[in-house]
Design a protein around this ligand. Structure first.
Ligand SMILES: NC(=O)c1ccc[n+]([C@@H]2O[C@H](COP(=O)([O-])OP(=O)(O)OC[C@H]3O[C@@H](n4cnc5c(N)ncnc54)[C@H](O)[C@@H]3O)[C@@H](O)[C@H]2O)c1
Length: 263
C-alpha cells in the first residue's frame, strides 16, 4: 500500500481562541503535547497536567517565548484530591476556565483472564473517571461566565474489532455517553461538550509499540484514505471544535481517522 505523501498543513487561525484559558490533561506528550502547541499557537493561555514531568517541563520550556507561555502542572489524575487542587490553582491564577480538553489516557493491553477487580478500577480511573471529575471541576466557572467548551477524547478502538483492550474499549465507549449526558445538562448554560474520536494516530508511543511494515500496511489497508493520521490532524479538529466556528456543535462524536473501517 502506497501512502499519500502530502505535507501536514498549518493550522487555521481562530481569533476567538486568543487569550482563552485552556486546560489540557495529558499534555506532556503525544497528542496532548500537540494540543498544547496548537492552542499556544492561537495565543491561548494554556495550563497542562501530566505525570510525565520531564517531557512536560521540556515542552513548557520550548514554548516559553510564546505570547502566553504555557504552564505545566504535575498532576496524577488518578488522585482526585490532586485533580481538584490543580483545578483550584488554575482557577485562582486564571480567574476561570474557558476550554477543557480531557485527553489523558493509557491504552496498555490486557488479557481477559489477567484482569483483577483492582486492575478494572485502575483502568476506569485512568481512562474514564478523571474526564468526569475534570469537567465537574471546570463547569463552575463556565456556568458563571455562561460559556465553555469541553472536548472528551474517545477512541476508534471500540468501533473496530481490536483485541486485548477490553477495559480501555469499555472506558472509551462510555466517554461518548458521558459527552452526550454532559452536553444535555450543560447546554442551557451555553457550554458545548463533544467527543473527539481519533483513529490510528502516529504518536511517539504508538510508533514505539507497533511500528512494523505489517502493522503500517494493515492500518492503511483498513482506512478509506491510505495516509496516516498525524497528531496535527487531531489538533486541527480540536481547534475547530473549541472555537466559535463550532458554536452549534454539541453532544456529538467527531472522528478523525482517515475513514478507518477496519481491515
Ligand atoms: N494515538 C492514537 O492512535 C489514539 C487512538 C485513539 C484514541 N486516542 C486517544 O487520544 C488521547 C491521546 O492519546 P495519545 O496517543 O497521545 O496517548 P499517550 O499515551 O501518548 O499520551 C497520554 C498522556 O497522558 C498522560 N497520562 C497518563 N496517565 C496519566 C495520569 N494518571 N495523570 C496525568 N497524566 C496521565 C501520559 O503521561 C501522556 O503524556 C487519549 O485519550 C487516547 O485514548 C489515541
Amino acid at each position: 500500500m502506497t501512502a499519500f505523501a502530502d505535507p501536514t498543513p498549518g493550522y487555521a487561525t481562530y481569533p476567538d481562541l486568543r487569550d482563552k484559558r485552556v486546560v489540557i490533561t495529558g499534555g506532556g506528550s503525544g497528542i496532548g503535547g500537540e494540543l498544547v502547541r496548537a492552542f499556544v499557537g492561537q495565543g491561548a493561555r494554556v495550563w497542562f497536567l501530566d505525570i510525565a514531568d520531564a517531557p512536560g517541563q521540556a515542552l513548557a520550556a520550548a514554548l516559553h517565548a510564546a505570547p502566553h507561555a504555557p504552564r505545566f502542572l504535575h498532576c496524577d489524575l488518578l488522585d482526585l484530591d490532586a485533580l481538584a487542587a490543580s483545578f483550584a490553582a488554575i482557577e485562582h491564577e486564571a480567574g476561570g476556565i474557558d476550554i477543557l480538553l480531557n485527553n489523558a489516557a493509557n491504552d496498555d493491553r490486557h488479557r481477559i483472564e489477567d484482569v483483577t477487580p483492582a486492575y478494572w478500577e485502575n483502568r476506569m480511573a485512568v481512562n474514564l473517571r478523571h474526564q468526569f471529575f475534570c469537567a465537574q471541576a471546570a463547569v463552575g466557572s463556565m456556568r458563571r461566565q455562561q460559556a465553555g467548551v469541553i472536548l472528551n477524547f474517545g477512541s476508534i478502538s471500540w468501533h473496530l474489532p481490536h483485541t486485548e483492550l477490553a477495559l480501555y474499549m469499555t472506558a472509551k465507549a462510555a466517554i461518548e455517553g458521558l459527552s452526550r449526558a454532559l452536553a444535555r445538562d450543560l447546554g442551557p448554560d451555553q457550554i458545548r461538550v463533544n467527543t473527539v474520536v481519533p483513529g490510528a494516530v502516529r504518536t511517539p508511543r504508538q510508533e514505539a509499540l507497533w511500528h512494523t511494515p505489517d502493522e503500517e500496511n494493515r492500518i492503511l489497508a483498513g482506512q478509506c484514505l491510505p495516509a496516516r493520521v498525524e497528531m496535527q490532524d487531531v489538533a486541527a479538529l480540536s481547534l475547530f471544535l473549541a472555537s466559535n466556528n463550532a458554536r452549534r456543535c454539541s453532544g456529538r462524536e467527531y472522528f478523525v481517522d482517515a475513514g478507518w473501517y477496519g481491515a
